[in-house]
Design a protein around this ligand. Structure first.
Ligand SMILES: [Zn+2]
Length: 91
């Protein structure tokens, strides 16, 4: 199934290499993290990062709720595992 995107600008940053410039990453909270007491209605998280080799606590990243380009609510679109582009993260 072809992925849908809120806008082309988001898609560009989402599909870009994680090591290059600013980019968007979509991650899913790990079962381990969920078991430790997370509660909420969305297990996905949306980040802008400055580019990284390893996604860990040291990278500079901002959690996003809305697309900064078109304003759409990210969880209304990116809510399935096919969008995950980083699974090596600490949470
Ligand atoms: Zn957008």
């Amino acid at each position: 199934m072809e992925k849908k995107f809120c806008c082309e600008k988001f898609r560009f940053r989402y599909e870009g290499n994680s090591e290059m410039g600013l980019n968007f990453r979509i991650i899913k909270l790990s079962q381990n993290f969920l078991d430790r007491g997370y509660w909420g209605d969305n297990v996905y998280r949306y980040y802008i990062t400055e580019g990284y080799h390893v996604f860990d606590d040291k990278i500079k990243a901002i959690v996003m709720e809305f697309c900064p380009f078109c304003g759409k609510k990210l969880k209304s679109i990116y809510k399935s595992d096919e969008y995950i582009n980083e699974s090596n993260h600490p949470y």
